[in-house]
Design a protein. Structure first.
Length: 388
């Protein structure tokens, strides 16, 4: 990420008299904030100082144990308001760098992203290097941009400027899968090209690259079986490179996408080795995914894994609920529903406590699929004499 931004950074015209002082801001967020507060910098000839300032704030977090959330900093928020009106008259290079820098700061302000999107569509896309299109796509996806014109434009640019003769590297193609998949855009022909590109770069794929592709297919709940086989085979080959969170994600995707037992056996083992670090969301996704398995897929190994998962959750439930900031009851519905599909009820007191909380759900607010899950849990609770 830093190397890409540094290349883009070098394209933006700079005031030579201020180069040295600006470079010193890279490790000094206080100086950068002073630049952002300076009203005289919000002109077209000086705006590059502000744009680079966002990058310097990002790099200031690099070696910090506790990362500062710069997107919520009052000075940054005010700076975003002041820079937005200038966007329609900025140069394409300024626009492209601003897109990247706001993305890495995780700025979600939709007013500025609407302006950046329009500027990109109208002019800036013509100046975007093809190699930077994946990171641009991720920036727009992370900002939640759903404009079909934007995604059609990026797809067309890739199909006409890249894929006739070239390909993206492993990171680039995985970023494109992530961005287009999460945004629910991209033609069938485009995804076929992405798949060909991924297969051509499979040897260079890292655990992160593989998980971007697997995660987005899990989200879409569809994948070509042969493509899945290649992705899982590569994942198995480099399983020792998967950090703990990715081990959970890998098993989740393999279950959801219908991976073969030979992969599940090994991926389950890798998760069991780090079960002590499991998070609330992993319990929900794993239990829900296992619960949806066809009866023919629920072999002894799958059940043994779920036995451990259920016992682990029963031990950790109180802690999970205390530390959860999400709407925990709906996660718990998925968790206990998955357990019920394997007829697992090792701790009746925990189950009764859940079902007591569960009784307060307003069914009128539920989707049809969630209503079915709730009804099945009620039936299971009564069968086990957990509900009177």
């Amino acid at each position: 990420m830093l190397s890409r931004l540094c290349r883009a950074y070098s394209r933006v015209p700079r005031d030579r008299s201020s180069n040295a002082s600006e470079e010193s801001n890279a490790g000094n967020p206080e100086r950068t904030l002073t630049v952002l507060k300076d009203e005289t910098n919000y002109t077209l000839d000086k705006i590059s100082k502000v744009i680079r300032g966002y990058f310097f704030l990002f790099t200031s977090n690099k070696n910090q144990e506790v990362k500062h959330h710069w997107a919520n900093d009052p000075i940054v928020v005010e700076s975003i308001k002041k820079i937005t009106p200038l966007i329609p008259t900025m140069s394409p290079d300024h626009i492209l760098l601003l897109i990247s820098n706001l993305s890495i700061l995780r700025v979600k302000d939709q007013e500025i992203w609407t302006s950046l999107e329009s500027a990109f569509i109208n002019t800036a896309h013509k100046s975007a290097y093809p190699e930077n299109l994946p990171s641009m796509s991720v920036s727009f996806a992370n900002a939640g941009r759903k404009n079909s014109e934007l995604w059609f434009l990026i797809e067309e640019k890739i199909m006409t400027e890249v894929y006739p003769e070239h390909q993206f590297n492993a990171r680039g193609v995985s970023d494109l899968f992530k961005a287009f998949g999460e945004s629910r855009y991209g033609s069938e022909k485009f995804y076929e090209k992405l798949k060909e590109n991924a297969l051509a770069t499979i040897d260079a794929m890292t655990a992160i690259d593989l998980m971007k592709i697997l995660n987005v297919h899990s989200l879409l709940r569809a994948i070509n079986p042969d493509f899945l086989e290649v992705l899982l085979s590569k994942s198995l080959e480099i399983i020792t490179n998967f950090g703990t969170p990715y081990k959970y994600n890998l098993l989740e995707s393999t279950i959801i996408l219908g991976g073969k037992d030979k992969y599940l056996d090994i991926f389950e083992k890798s998760v069991l080795e780090v079960m002590s670090q499991i998070r609330f969301v992993n319990f929900a996704v794993l239990s829900g995914a296992y619960g949806r398995l066809d009866s023919s897929k629920k072999n002894e190994n799958r059940k043994n894994f779920m036995v451990v998962l259920e016992q682990e959750y029963c031990k950790k439930r109180d802690t999970m609920l205390k530390t959860s900031r999400a709407n925990s009851i709906f996660r718990e519905v998925r968790i206990f529903w998955g357990f019920s599909k394997f007829d697992l009820c090792s701790n009746q007191e925990v189950w009764k406590a859940f079902l007591k909380d569960f009784a307060g759900i307003n069914k009128e607010d539920l989707t049809d699929s969630m209503k079915n899950v709730v009804e099945e849990l009620e039936i299971y609770g009564k069968e086990k004499n957990l509900i009177s």
